[in-house]
Design a protein around this ligand. Sequence first.
Ligand code: HEC
Length: 423
Amino acid sequence: MLTYNQDVGALLNARCANCHFEGGVAPFALETYEQVYNQRYAIRAAVINETMPPWQPADGCNTYEGDFSLSADQIASIVEWVDHDAPQGDPVDDVNASASALVTGGDGEEGMSRIDLSMQMPQGYEPQLFPDDYRCFLLDWPETELKYVTGFHAEPGNMQIVHHVIAFMISPEDAADYAALDAESSAPGYTCFGGPGGDPSSAVGWIGAWAPGDPGGNTPAGTGIPVAPGSKVALQVHYDSALYVEGMLDQTTVHFKIDDTVEKPAFVLPFTNYQWLSGSGMDIPAGEASVSHSYLFDPTPFLGMSLLSDGLIPSNTAFEIHSAGLHMHELGKEIKVEVHRANGDRACLLEIDDWDFNWQGGYSLENPEVFEPGDKLYIECEWDNSVSNQRVIDGEPQEPRDVHWGEGTSDEMCLAVIYITAH
Ligand code: HEC
């Protein structure tokens, strides 16, 4: 018979307690037998539904570094243990030393190998919008020569309210526009959602994202993102401000690993249909429970252009895709990005079949995909704009409205972000 002390405890400590600890962002701790026992039915439901742990990629699309999802055996064991009334088992000195056969996989999460630069928000910020506050803070990139970002980690100042952090790099050309945006509000930072705000056509690149439990990490070996002197870092912080208690402040820090040179400079390519950005390019009519838009495009003829990789990856050559992230807002249901080969084959890069706005990030492919000229990138998004899937404000579900592309919380996006190098 499976017990907490001999089997399940070590597994839950390894795979849940990194987020579910006292004072963490998760709603309760799962560090002791009593805490786990009290939540056993919720745990059973969450692992069966695969809502926890919050690993987003759908099965069967691709394989990723640091996969922390539970295997079918691990899920079955937790369920069996709960169904046998969750016994504690014989006492042991250290639950984690019980060398449970259940604790396999989910490794590879060692974090970043070195910290070269740390940047902190200049002052503490107190959430002002409830129950969610999306705020961008602008930090000056201090390096005076071209450098390469080769690792990223964010360290929330206040674990209880920081739900996610995304770092965007603002090019020197756009820095003044963003500084003006930042100066508009007397409180630190400015309101932003889905992106760093500012002119949507400006060249902003993702450099990293953090969500609870994420130890941070290096970029794929030999690769790094070039950052020019005079750039700014826009830090988007999502505050789960429903958990805010009077007087709470957050002052988040981001850490970078940086190198003077890398073998393969990387470019973070945002991929979408740019026609969707204008007017009614991406209609999501009010009341519709299933609306899809898709787009197929070969970026290779344009890659070297200044708005894209600026010569980093020459046009009309093959490139390598190392990681992928996807982005929609709150009406999103399913999203995927694929490579459609010239010969008709398809390679799935990333698919999320139960979209959750709160858990976005990039996923590194165990084996990079090579994209040849003539192949196409394919993105497909599906939304639910029915009455039952609307935002609830002050306890009131909102009326569905016609939705289009936009930066606002009630607008939508359909975007893939892929991390690429020359082949
Ligand atoms: C990466 C961080 C993280 C990990 C790992 C994690 N959780 Fe959670 N968990 C959360 C957060 C945050 C919430 C609050 C709801 C949300 O934001 O989705 C939550 C909510 C829950 C809930 C409440 C109901 C629900 O489904 O939302 C249960 C039960 C739960 N977690 C169980 C687990 C178990 C069991 C594991 C390990 C097998 C686990 N969690 C691993 C972060 C995590």
